[in-house]
Design a protein around this ligand. Structure first.
Ligand code: ATP
Ligand code: MG
Length: 775
């Protein structure tokens, strides 16, 4: 069989041992995912019905790619009936069919983290609990943690130890908040992400017939990235696999990076305990990266005490050294990376998809986006606020959610007065309080407005507005019976006045909101067409809504398959590979993060994250760090990350001019940024110091400016110039577009300008450094 030929001996064993429990524990790039993919192809070739195979992946995108690859071996139609996806998407699907067992409607809404946060805020308000003491995000994390460890409200309330621990942490109301939160979700007919796992566990433990059904169905179970499963996921897999024990898990303890979400490395250790005769395969050859990268990664991870010993080697070329670039600011760092990509694209004919920029936190994205945009380099930011979480998109989706599940009070509160229709907060509160007093939902009150009206204490004008609103919703529901989801959504966007409301705002943001609504429609159309082509496709609105609720990781941009640079957090990059990887922001307190460097455990997890970043690369790695960074509205100085010094110098090459101490920060820098005449920083040559000034705009200058008529902007390279006058519109890299209101000074090297920016207000700038362009 052709597909088996490309495997090495250990991989071959893992692919062809089809029966019984099997664990592949191996380093990055050693072919674990490939083994999993080929194993599924091999199962199907050996006449296992794809219907009986369940494969759990880390992202939906990974599932899609695997399916395509398997399809190439066994035929696309066979591959289609595989059950493949993330834990959340697979079990959401199962919960829909079995929801009645646990008292949920089959059309339950899935709450993303924003929705759930809103519900928590409401609960806190109802309970009159100060949200400064109980920060909603913190409460959310705690509840999530309980759920992922299968600690239900009841279990919590019966566990004095947990209650005491929360009391000690000054969180003694967590129990009651947790209870109210669960009640609110249940009443809304909604599940949050953790519920999808928790309720699946409930389903499988409380109803043996349901368990038996899915045990029989999923005779072969495969899990990728097993090191990052949490307890709840572990129990689901264990329960499903316990009848046939045909379970194959692959993972790498050195890449466990989700312990903050409850991922538990113990699951790997437990595997041997749960299945004592499990076959364990280790893969040692890394096929992804050059020797230099693999060796550097080995050195880094060996600093962790908590790890299985692994030999990983590469037979690929030795490859280039890792390039280290010390930048003077975050903007400089971004310019260097964009410049490097641009240069390699032009001179070496590399595609933009060959490049990745990996960072520790989403907030680092903007500088790179700006730099790439300036060079007209196409890029895609993964993660962050997903398309479907943008306000205008969520608002329209909330209408659609209400059509499916009227009890979804979170959706209702979003739209009842959007666009504004005179149903203000007071009215909404009255409705909620009244509904509670009658023990019905707000939608039930609206359904029977005539009946409840005499007791509602609302004036006739408001009652008419409520009744009009609800009649409109009912009309959409009727329409949904005969029209497809796209037509209904279009009608909603028009009839409710959303499109008009958004179109009235002609600012760039307003225009992009309208485009986003258009994009939502496009994605709906695309979804319907895609589903119509599938044998078991489901183009219905509920299925569309489920897909977008679970789509945090999928790509939604127009040019999805275009040639573009990938920007993402390291967490999201897990499992992926790119020819050229830039690991940026390698500074203390950023990476390792200041939030996760106080204990050894935390630091080891950060180091694993660094290992993940490094091992994404096939050919080239760039490490960059800045000695000063624009953060929280001000410039702060930064020290190089300790991880840089943990990589043996033999694997590194320093791109900057030689410095006295490679990773030492230059504490003289901070003041020099603000001085007109820089004092010479300690480890910098004079040339470098000058650059510091030029690159670190803005230069703030005294307020007392006198107007002059014209000034000349000297381009930093000195070879071109532009005249500028008071009243001119100019663009600044960081502040955007603004109008020049004052100019001051006669020395062309030292002209100062006061510019009023559209969004950023007035700024005083030294022209020489501000790099303004006339627009
Ligand atoms: N036997 C092989 N021959 C040639 N290439 C291989 C072989 N095994 C794996 N590869 C290639 O090596 C790369 C890494 O494989 P894969 O992504 O499966 O590794 P992994 O162990 O899952 O990595 P990670 O830990 O990062 O998820 C892929 O491009 C894959 O196609
Ligand atoms: Mg993998």
């Amino acid at each position: 069989m052709e597909y088996l030929k490309g495997l090495n001996e250990a991989q071959y064993e893992a692919v062809t041992t089809l029966e019984g429990p099997l664990m592949v524990l191996a380093g990055a790039g050693s072919g674990k995912t490939r083994v999993l993919t080929m194993r599924i192809a091999h199962l199907i070739t050996n006449l296992v019905d794809p219907f009986n195979i369940l494969s759990l992946t880390f992202t939906n995108k990974a599932a899609k790619e695997m399916k395509e690859r398997i399809g190439k071996v066994v035929g696309q139609s066979e591959a289609k009936s595989l059950w493949m996806g993330t834990f959340h998407s697979v079990f959401a699907r199962i919960l829909r069919s079995e929801a009645h067992y646990i008292g949920f409607p089959s059309n339950f809404t899935i709450y993303d983290s924003q929705d759930s946060l809103n519900v928590i805020r409401k609960v806190l308000k109802d309970l009159k609990i100060d949200s400064d003491l109980y920060k909603p995000k913190k409460v959310q994390a705690r509840i999530s943690n309980y759920k992922n460890n299968l600690i239900t409200v009841k279990a919590y309330l019966n566990n004095p130890e947990l209650i005491e621990a929360d009391e000690r942490a000054n969180m003694k109301s967590i129990g009651v908040i947790y209870q109210k939160y669960v009640e609110a979700c249940f009443k809304n007919g909604a599940m949050d992400f953790d519920d999808l796992l928790l309720r699946t566990n409930e389903l499988l433990t409380r109803f043996p017939e349901v368990l038996a059904k899915y045990q029989d169905r999923f005779r072969y179970i495969l899990v990728d990235e097993y090191q990052d499963t949490n307890h709840s996921q572990y129990l689901i897999v264990k329960a499903l696999a316990s009848k046939f024990e045909n379970i194959c898990v692959v993972g790498d303890d050195a890449q466990s990076i989700y312990s903050f979400r409850g991922a538990n490395i113990q699951n790997i250790l437990n595997f041997k305990k749960d299945y004592p005769d499990a076959v364990t395969v280790s893969l040692e050859q890394n096929y992804r990266s050059t020797q230099n990268i693999v060796n550097a990664a080995n050195v880094v991870i060996s600093k962790n005490l908590q790890q299985f010993k692994k030999n990983v080697f590469s037979d690929n070329e030795e490859g280039e050294k890792i390039k280290v670039y010390r930048s003077l600011s975050d903007a400089d760092e971004a310019n260097f990376v964009a410049g490097n990509i641009w240069e390699q694209h032009n001179s070496e004919q590399k595609k933009f998809t060959d490049f990745a920029i990996l960072y520790r936190t989403n907030s680092q994205t903007r500088a790179f986006e700006d730099a790439l945009r300036r060079k007209n380099i196409p890029y895609k930011v993964f993660g962050g606020l997903s398309f479907y979480q943008r306000k205008e998109v969520k608002d329209l989706v909330a209408y659609l959610r209400i059509l499916i599940n009227e009890n979804d009070s979170e959706a209702l509160s979003r739209i009842i007065n959007y666009p504004v229709r005179g149903i203000g907060e007071t009215t909404q509160n009255k409705l909620i309080v009244f509904a509670d007093s009658q023990n019905v939902s707000v939608s039930q009150v609206l359904d029977n407005l005539g009946f409840y009206a005499p007791n509602l204490k609302l004036n006739n004008g408001i009652l008419t507005k409520l009744s009009d609103f609800w009649s409109m919703i009912k009309a959409f529901q009727v329409m949904l019976k005969t029209e497809n989801a796209y037509n209904v959504a279009m009608e909603v966007a028009k009839r409710t006045g959303i499109i008009k409301f958004l179109k009235d705002d002609q600012t760039p943001e307003g225009i992009s909101r309208v485009e986003n609504i258009q994009e939502l429609m496009n994605s709906m159309q695309g979804f319907i067409e895609e589903q119509q082509q599938l044998d078991d496709g489901d183009p219905s609105l509920p299925n569309f809504l489920e897909n977008i609720a679970l789509s945090a990781d999928t790509q939604t941009d127009k040019n999805e398959d275009g040639d573009q640079v990938s920007l993402m957090t390291i967490h999201l990059s897990k499992g992926l590979e790119f020819p050229v990887v830039h690991v940026v922001g390698l500074e203390e307190n950023l990476f390792p993060s200041f939030m996760s460097s106080s204990t050894r455990e935390e630091l080891e997890e950060e180091r694993r994250l660094f290992y993940v970043a490094l091992t994404r690369a096939e050919k080239q790695v760039y490490f960059t760090y800045a000695v000063s960074r624009f953060q929280w509205g001000k410039i702060t100085s930064a020290e190089p990350s300790r991880f840089l010094s943990e990589v043996d110098e033999q694997y590194l090459e320093f791109v900057n001019p030689a410095t006295e101490s490679r990773f030492s920060n230059n504490s003289g820098l901070k003041s020099s940024i603000f001085d007109d005449e820089p004092s010479e920083p300690r480890f910098f040559k004079k040339k470098d110091a000058k650059k510091t000034i030029e690159r670190n705009e803005p230069q703030l200058i005294p307020q007392n400016l006198k107007p002059v008529a014209t000034a000349r902007i000297i381009n930093p390279s000195g070879n071109s110039s532009q005249d500028i006058e008071v009243g001119d519109r100019v663009r600044h890299d960081r502040f955007g577009v603004g109008e020049v209101i004052f100019l001051d000074g006669t020395d062309p090297q030292n002209i100062k300008a006061k510019v009023k920016f559209q969004h950023e207000g007035e700024k005083n700038l030294i022209l020489k450094f501000a790099k303004l362009t006339k627009v």
